[in-house]
Each structure stands twice: as C-alpha cells, then as structure tokens.
Design a binder for this molecule. Structure first.
Ligand SMILES: [Fe+2]
Ligand SMILES: [Fe+2]
Length: 220
C-alpha cells in the first residue's frame, strides 16, 4: 500500500490577498502619484523610480486596510510625500538620516506642491521619514502620525529589493514594522520584488510595476 503525501503548495501573494481580502491599489492611483525629481539621484540603484512606485503601491493598499477598519488616513499626503521621499538623496548605501530633509527642502524650492493645501504636511512627512521613530516624538511632535507610520512601513517593506541589488546583511526586519496591518503585505512585497527583478533592468519602472501588479491581482 502506498501512501501519497500531499506536498504543500507555495503560497503566493495572490493567495494571501484573497484570504485577507485586501483591496488592491489601482492603476489610476499609481499614475496620479508618479515619482518626481527622482532623476536627481543620478546613478541611484536602491532609491530609483521602481522603489518609489512599489512603496506607493504598498502604502495605498495599507490605507485600504486601515480604512476598512475605520481608521482614517490622509492618503493624499502620504502618497504625495512618497513621490519625493528619496529625491536628491546624495548617497545610496550610507546611512544619511537627513536625506528626508534634503528632499523636502528641494521640493519646496522646486514648488512641487505650491497649490496644495497639504503642502506643509507633505514636507513634514518627507522630512521625518528618514529619522528615528523616537526622535519624531521627541522633537515637539506630540503624537506619531498614522501617515508617517504608513510611509515608513511601506518604505521598509521594499527592503526585499536589497537581496537583488547586492546589499548584504540587510533586508526587511518585520519586528520593526510599526503597524500590525503592515504584516499583511509582507508576502506581497516579497513576491512583487521577486517578479520585478527577475525581469532584469526595468527601463520603465511605473509601467513594469503596473503590469506585474495586475498579474498578481494587486493592481486593478
Ligand atoms: Fe528614504
Ligand atoms: Fe525609500
């Protein structure tokens, strides 16, 4: 008598999304909030447009999860800050906590959000995204804003890219995620990066993320 062992199937991001019923992001959102001024990074590998678009995707889905629980988020401010958060970064690999401030100041000079009523908050989020969490609450900010938590967690989720870009000993440390809802997106971020980098150099990051996202069922 033979015994047939059922091999566990690999769980994909699509399965997780289905199970958790996370609302996908939309192509419209990704096109409405494209990366800006990223070109100033020059030869950036880690902080190029693909990173910004993927972070946008995670953040928008995170907003969907939070709002489904009745937690309101200023989505426009978060997504706008993500557009510029790593622009004008001067180094790719060295820790440079002030790069958020550099990006915010450059954005103010460029007048990116002059007509936007959320301009100050967008630049606040951009400035603080690269600082330690404890410093955010120490320097006169009474509470740690949910929008900053979304931005920082979405940014962290894209650490899965490190393994494809020759960064050793890094990657995502799930213990550092601030929102429990961010854990729902870990396998999605892992699969998105795996698919993105398996295609070699992505010359059109926005189009590539939209295409891969649709294949995965996380962009509609
Ligand atoms: Fe950054
Ligand atoms: Fe980033």
């Amino acid at each position: 008598m033979s015994i047939i062992c059922a091999m566990p199937e690999k769980i994909t991001a699509k399965d997780v999304k289905k199970k958790l019923t996370i609302s996908p992001t939309s192509e419209t959102i990704l096109r409405t909030y494209p990366p800006i001024t990223c070109i100033a990074n020059g030869e950036s590998v880690l902080h190029e447009e693909g990173h910004v678009v993927r972070v946008m995707l995670y953040a928008d889905m995170l907003c969907n999860i939070l709002e489904s629980k009745g937690i309101s988020v200023n989505r426009h401010a978060v997504l706008s800050a993500i557009r510029i958060h790593d622009s004008y970064r001067r180094t790719d690999y060295d820790e440079e906590e002030s790069h958020g401030l550099v990006a915010a100041v450059a954005s103010e000079i460029a007048g990116n959000f002059t007509e936007d009523p959320d301009a100050d908050y967008i630049h606040f989020l951009t400035t603080w995204h690269s600082e330690n969490d404890k410093d955010v609450s120490l320097k006169g900010n009474v509470t740690f804003p949910i929008e900053l938590a979304v931005l920082k967690d979405a940014d962290a989720l894209d650490r899965f890219r490190d393994q494809y870009l020759g960064v050793e000993g890094e990657g995502l440390d799930k213990d550092f995620l601030r929102l429990e809802e961010s854990n729902d997106l870990v396998s999605i971020a892992e699969e998105l990066n795996q698919r993105y980098f398996s295609n070699g150099v992505q010359r059109q990051p926005l189009e590539s993320v939209i295409e891969i996202g649709k294949e995965m069922g996380i962009v509609c």
